[in-house]
Design a protein around this ligand. Structure first.
Ligand SMILES: [Zn+2]
Length: 390
């Protein structure tokens, strides 16, 4: 597979040019030179060969911001290349095939005990990747890379931080195994970080360069876009909001501490609170069904969760000063139920922010649903295709 891989098709600098065009709509050759650090003559030569290869298009001229000659803006040719995004959830995995701008081409989802079956999960991912590329009748040589969203902090681009939150995945070289199985460059990041990337580039946060994304699922994930860049921190721990202590003598969390946010706000916490009235068969779907039907108990649970979340977000927002909080994940799967949660979160955030906060921070529901993290993984693969960080 490797002799047909991307390395044989594009030079490193060629991929850097494609990545620059991908992340900057209608950019010029000069914009690409600034973004990549390559000389203008090198960029001109690379752009010419990428146009000849059918990967780039000239879109027309645009007037320069500061006067002078108009420049020709560049864009990706349709199907210039594609990306694979993978989300390793706890109980399912999703593999998406997208174009270079993150537009979904096709996808597969498999229900699997991902938490406890690393080998079977990676095997399924590798087979899905090959199937998707083959079924879409695409050339594997134009798949520029694979991104993987994992529900654990990630160090650099390849390693789960130690000790991993996914206990059965400790020591598993996800990047290395998938690179060998697919023949493609593989990059890892935390799933909530990649959800943030996707909602920023493709969803509810499009065009907002300072936003906080919260993923309410098995736990509480959080991703940060600051100044138009994904911020993951020195050790991949940025946004580990779920393990912020919010109740001094609260329940013991899976991380070993007491009173973490996720002991009150996660899917697991809300379903177990509902078990008192619905019995042990309660699920998140039954909670959301009741919430949509206007059940007072379910609405109470959702708005209480929103209130705790909003108060916890006040700290995050005081430090990061975002314009927008985007809330996604399984608990926001239905618009009516999530309204109860979001309205309470917005109100609690507003009243807990210090008076010096000079602008309103909007709290909105995510737009990409359960697909956000996999799409973000594909975008990560695209942004790293040229060796650059998102
Ligand atoms: Zn915890």
């Amino acid at each position: 597979m490797s002799e047909h891989g991307v390395e044989s098709l594009l030079s490193r600098n060629g991929r850097a040019v494609l990545a620059a065009v991908q992340s900057r709509p209608r950019c010029s050759r000069a914009d690409v030179a600034r973004a990549t650090g390559l000389s203008t003559s090198a960029v001109s030569a690379l752009v010419s060969s990428l146009i000849d290869a059918g990967l780039l298009l000239e879109l027309g001229t645009k007037p320069p911001a500061g006067g002078g000659r108009p420049s020709v803006s560049l864009g990706l040719a349709p199907r210039a290349g594609s990306l694979i995004g993978i989300h390793l959830g706890h109980a399912d995995l999703r593999v998406v095939l997208t174009s270079l701008d993150g537009t979904l081409i096709t996808e597969q989802r498999h229900v699997l005990d991902v938490d406890h079956q690393p080998a079977a999960s990676l095997d399924r991912v590798a087979r899905s990747t090959a199937d998707l590329v083959e079924n879409a009748d695409l050339d594997l040589g134009r798949v520029l890379g694979v991104g993987v969203a994992v529900s654990a902090p990630v160090v650099g681009s390849r390693q789960l931080s130690s000790p991993p939150m996914l206990l059965d995945w400790g020591g598993v070289d996800i990047g290395g195994i998938l690179a060998e199985r697919t023949g493609l460059p593989v990059h890892l990041a935390n799933d909530a970080s990649l959800g943030a990337l996707a909602e920023w580039r493709l969803g509810a946060g499009n065009g907002v360069d300072d936003l906080v994304y919260v993923m309410l699922g098995e736990g509480v994930g959080c991703g940060l876009i600051l100044g138009g860049r994904l911020h993951t921190g020195a050790s991949g721990m940025a946004g580990e909001l779920g393990h912020l202590a919010v109740v001094p003598d609260g329940k013991v969390c899976r991380c070993g501490a007491r009173g973490c946010l996720e002991t009150l706000v996660s899917k697991r916490a809300l379903v177990s609170a509902l078990a008192h009235t619905l019995g042990p068969t309660a699920t998140v779907e039954s909670l959301l069904d009741l919430g949509d039907a206007g059940d007072r108990g379910a609405r109470r649970l959702l708005s209480d969760a929103g209130q705790v979340l909003g108060t916890a977000l006040a700290g995050v927002c005081t430090i990061t000063d975002p314009r927008l909080v985007v809330v996604g994940g399984d608990l926001t799967a239905r618009p009516d139920s999530s309204n109860a949660l979001l309205a309470a979160a917005s109100q609690a955030l507003d009243s807990a922010l210090p008076p010096v906060a000079s602008h309103e921070i909007r709290v909105v529901r995510a737009q990409l649903g359960a697909r956000a993290e996999a799409l973000g993984a594909a975008l990560l693969a695209g942004s790293r295709a040229g060796g650059r960080v998102a």
